[in-house]
Design a protein around this ligand. Sequence first.
Ligand code: ARG
Length: 440
Amino acid sequence: MKLWGGRFTKEEDTLMKVFNSSLEEDLALVEEDLDGSIAHAEMLVHCHIISQEEGEKIVQGLHKIKQDIATGNLVVEGNHEDIHSFVEATLTEMIGEAGKKLHTSRSRNDQVATDLKLYTKKRAKETINKLQLLIHSLEKTAVANQHVIMPGYTHLQRAQVVTFGYHLRAYIEMFRRDTKRLEQTVANLNESPLGSGALAGTTHDIDREITAEKLGFSKSTANFMDGVSDRDFIIELLSDLSIIMMHVSRLSEELILWSSQEFSFIKIDDAYATGSSIMPQKKNPDAAELIRGKTGKVYGALVSVLTTMKGLPLAYNKDMQEVKSPMFQAVDEVLLSIKMMDKMVATVQVNGEQMKQAIKAGFLNATEVADYLVQKGVPFRDAHGVVGAIVLYGEKVGKSIEQLTLEELQQFSDSIEQDIFAYVDYTNLLKRGNKKEMLD
Ligand code: ARG
């Protein structure tokens, strides 16, 4: 059964049917579509547009469809253009004439916009929940490694001492911001487009606030044309997801580097690594690499939707059907990636000894030697020059700063005394100034 056809003289070409149908991908929207239809039917009764009896038949039928799909008694398939057509056809087959009244004063255009908003809301909340689990695992691993000192890097060159726990906490901050962004996306989309009709409302006296409230929106959209053609919320969600992937990808990159033999700072649990078909010794960080790789797909979805939307005149255009699958796929990939990262973070083995060893080379306390001199009254810029010369000398004689004798150090500044050694000790220096925060 088709929703249109009266004005046509010819059947659709078979390729056109396949080309035009979104039924397969619309499976993701089935729950939202049924909820939207239930709310719409109840509103039609309330506004005396259909009878109480018709309304009850429709609503019961829609609930039955929901149930049948959940139990597997009904499969979303067949020769239908999209989920909206499928539901109407199935309903009418099930309850008869009343089913044909469901579509009174609405269009698939306001329907799909409503479905997509409900879907975006649901998936954004799911992502927020998964992020909280990841934050929790990061927190646990950070606490367990609160005092494990390691080199902190800039330009991937050893820079200053940090702790492994503190390093992980940087990611917690990123995922907290991601959470806020998702919450904002949900808040921004929270207006119901249902009742906008195809683009220009309806001559029936419907009440859009009723459907808005029933579906959990704070109010209905102000402009019909915007209501049916707005896909900003999908772009916002995909932006949020892209940023999340950028963050998990950066963490993946660090796990990959740290687990390499060159670093040997961590071991990824065997459960999240794989081997080589030819090199028996290999253990590869595939899960982290896949997260890094999937990031490109999610960015691709964002660019795809932005590009689809950029040239569209108002209001609805069929191009908009193409924004659905990139979004559905992106959300699936992101949820999987967050879950996988959560498992890796929770099981990572930390080689604190190796991290400590790495601190010994690279003059990671050079900045603190300059701080020491400043405390002795040397202006910072002069202190910087003095320590630069000490580093140059250390490199020449193959010694770190703390390995130099007091006499050697005093050649560079007579402000240097015995207490320098305690001052620049790696564990001690984390207890000074605001560096203390790294140990909290
Ligand atoms: N299947 C379409 C979509 O996903 C909704 C239907 C709009 N069709 C139409 N002829 N106006 O965007």
